[in-house]
Design a protein around this ligand. Structure first.
Ligand SMILES: NC(=O)c1ccno1
Length: 243
């Protein structure tokens, strides 16, 4: 997978080259290119924003600069791309989104700042047949899209074949079966008078699986009942309902 990010703060994306993602890049599992939006300005001040039509606080990012940048970055007809714009006004980015995007050949992220990008940039891209996703990582407002890109790229890249050491990790993630993951334990057996649950030390794999499912159901009921509602009644068997 190739990932391009257009931003006025390229150094914000440096963490993509660290740790697991950095190793995936080194191993050729992922290609990441970060572009400085100001490279497409033509004035001495390298202006990327202007005041909003209709008044209001803050500044809006100029369509000319974004238009030229995306013309160049998206100019790869042999490699169809999905243009992703992080925004608090977007559709929710979820684990299902991450799985869907992990199947893409290329993702291009446009990092807005200030009050956002002039709407005509997205209208123009869609009119040229580009798939444009405006997505939000949560119901809060960041200063710019860069941090949201870090979140989304990590969520997607870890699903790519070969990136995680053990592919079962992704298969048994929270949300993989629609539930939150239950608690985890490691050595020692007792720590500050707190013992690891006996069932996990017993070696009965069926009992362990049942215990883990019950803890996941309890945690989901407690913290995210909306996920249970989304699963629907048929997703839970009698043992689940008894948990
Ligand atoms: N909530 C978000 O995804 C976001 C993106 C930019 N600002 O907020």
């Amino acid at each position: 997978m190739r990932i391009d990010v257009v931003t006025i703060f390229p150094s914000y994306l440096q963490p993509l080259r660290e740790a697991l993602l950095g190793r995936a890049i080194d191993r050729g599992l992922l290609e990441v290119a970060v572009h400085d939006l100001r490279d497409w300005t033509h004035d001495v001040h390298q202006a990327v924003d202007d005041s909003p039509y209709g008044g209001g606080p803050g500044m809006v990012m100029r369509p000319q600069v974004w238009g030229e940048a995306l013309d160049d970055v998206l100019a790869t007809p042999d490699l169809p791309a999905r243009l992703v714009v992080p925004t608090p006004a977007g559709r929710p980015f979820t684990q299902a989104t991450a799985h869907a995007w992990a199947a893409e050949e290329r993702l291009v992220f446009a990092c807005g700042r200030y009050e956002g990008i002039d709407e005509r940039v997205l209208l123009d891209a869609r009119a040229r047949g580009i798939t444009v996703d405006e997505v939000s990582i949560g119901d809060y407002v960041l200063v710019g899209g860069e941090v949201a890109v870090l979140v989304m790229v990590e969520a997607v890249a870890r699903l790519l074949p070969g990136v995680l050491g053990n592919p079962r990790s992704a298969a048994e993630d929270s949300f993989s079966d629609g539930l939150l993951e239950g608690p985890s334990y490691t050595r020692p057996e007792v720590w500050r008078e707190l013992a690891v649950p006996d069932v996990l030390r017993g070696g009965n794999h069926a009992a362990i699986a049942r215990w883990r499912r019950d803890r996941a159901l309890e945690r989901t009921r407690d913290r995210r009942p909306d996920l249970l509602d989304a699963l629907g009644p048929d997703a839970l068997d009698a043992a689940d309902r008894a948990a």
